[in-house]
Ligand binder design. Structure first.
Ligand SMILES: C[S@@+](CC[C@H](N)C(=O)[O-])C[C@H]1O[C@@H](n2cnc3c(N)ncnc32)[C@H](O)[C@@H]1O
Length: 219
């Protein structure tokens, strides 16, 4: 069994691991078409006729910002690692885009306004397991009633009921979720699943699970 850090210790390792990948140009996910397919999956479910404000947790270099900004939507990206590419989007779409350098759980959103959609594309599956609930509850709180949450996750084979958990050499955690597991987690934290699909990334020899869910209204 891999040794688990405390959430505080882990948050430092997580940031260092991602920062080192960006610094050394080994951020292979920044060219991953599967993650772009998941961003498009969310985009295709947003009503283009009504105002939208998308929160992208773990925005990375911000490469998916323009998909939403070009449609006239507002976009807020948050990441534990700042990226120089953010400046380009800020200069092009100044009044509709914002980037925040913070860990999602430490971030304080200072406005009353809620988000109409949240994208978490390759970020949730690296979080500390003790914080999954806190993390999903925070998304729930930040979302507008009936707002959408799209998750892009590592996954196991379709027939497997249990996922798996690994500690990578950098100390970063990697959780593969089964469909059953993510359905339960979402349900326990106030979301109803609308659609799920497996996305093959041939270049990286892996599947992602794209999960589209909706905030349940309070009963
Ligand atoms: C696999 S990358 C995906 C980046 C981007 N979504 C993409 O598709 O290119 C995951 C990103 O999540 C960020 N991240 C991880 N944990 C985070 C946290 N707790 N709060 C904010 N950002 C986080 C990392 O720094 C990294 O940029």
């Amino acid at each position: 069994m891999d040794k688990i850090d405390s959430p505080e210790e882990y948050s430092i390792k997580l940031r260092n691991s991602f920062a080192s990948s960006y610094q050394t140009g080994t951020d292979l996910w920044s060219k991953d078409q599967g993650l772009t397919d998941i961003a498009l999956f969310l985009l295709n479910h947003l009503n283009k006729e009504s105002p939208q404000h998308v929160l992208d947790i773990g925005t990375g270099n911000g490469r998916h910002a323009e998909l939403f900004l070009r449609k006239g939507f507002r976009y807020t990206g948050i990441d534990i690692c700042p990226h120089s590419d953010w400046e380009r989007y800020k200069s092009l779409y100044s009044n509709r885009v914002m980037f925040v350098n913070s860990s999602f759980l430490e971030w304080q959103w200072q406005h009353k306004e809620t988000f109409t959609a949240v994208l978490d594309n390759g970020c949730f599956h690296h979080q500390h397991p003790e914080e999954y609930t806190l993390y999903l509850q925070k998304i729930h709180h930040l979302l507008h009633d009936s707002g959408l949450l799209a998750l892009g996750l590592y996954t196991v084979d379709e027939h497997e009921r249990a996922g798996n958990f690994h500690v990578m050499p950098s100390g970063k955690y990697k959780r593969h979720f089964s469909q059953q597991e993510i359905l339960s987690l979402l349900n326990e934290n106030g979301f109803v699943c609308l659609q799920m699909k497996r996305i093959l990334v041939q270049d990286r020899n892996r599947y992602y699970l794209a999960v589209l869910s909706q905030k349940k209204l309070e009963e």
